[in-house]
Design a protein. Structure first.
Length: 187
């Protein structure tokens, strides 16, 4: 399942973002935000709201996965989501990258931006759910992409932070689904 071309593309975009595209993306978003109605801003705030992300990409799908696909699939989704978001927060403290424009989080603190935990969590759910339900992969990836774009649109993350979150999610899902981790845990 591991696709080295996909990894290389994500890594290239993240590196290009870090060295040049991040500043360009922020300028484009700032111009974009000035041209559109404030309702767009409220839409992206709503879709990026952490409880919404957790409910739509983990809790509700977890119930459906457990009911229709079984316990193994629910455990795989849970482990992948926990590993991705946990790894994202550990990496945030390792890298210590400031947010765009010195943005403060809802806690009133300036915390690290790389990688985007929202993006990692939403894409790990999309990758895992598309593995179990390939016919429904488009809605999962559309929602995950909207969440990832909202993080840039709200100026909470740089492009490279989002690409790092997608790369982290892809690697974690491959680790969970293609390794013997689940067999080690008894599944």
């Amino acid at each position: 399942m591991l696709n080295w071309y996909f990894i290389a593309i994500l890594l290239s975009i993240a590196l290009a973002g870090y060295f040049y595209l991040d500043a360009l993306a922020i300028r484009v978003v700032q111009k974009f935000r000035l041209q559109f109605h404030p309702v767009i801003l409220h839409f992206f705030r709503a879709i990026s709201f952490t409880p919404f992300v957790v409910a739509t990409l983990f809790v509700i799908p977890l119930i459906f996965v457990f009911v229709y696909l079984g316990f193994f699939s629910a455990v795989a989704l849970t482990i992948a989501c926990l590993l991705a978001t946990g790894s994202a927060f550990v990496m945030k403290y390792i890298f210590g990258r400031t947010r765009p424009l010195g943005h403060r989080t809802y806690l009133g603190e300036i915390d690290s931006a790389f990688p985007s935990a929202h993006t990692a969590g939403s894409f790990v759910a999309a990758f895992t759910l598309s593995y179990f339900w390939p016919a429904w992969s488009a809605p999962f990836f559309v929602l995950a992409s909207l969440i990832a774009f909202s993080r840039i649109y709200l100026e909470l993350h740089f492009l490279s932070d989002v690409m790092g979150g997608i790369l982290l999610a892809y690697l974690v899902v491959n680790f969970v689904l293609d390794s013997s981790l689940l067999m080690f845990l008894g599944f």
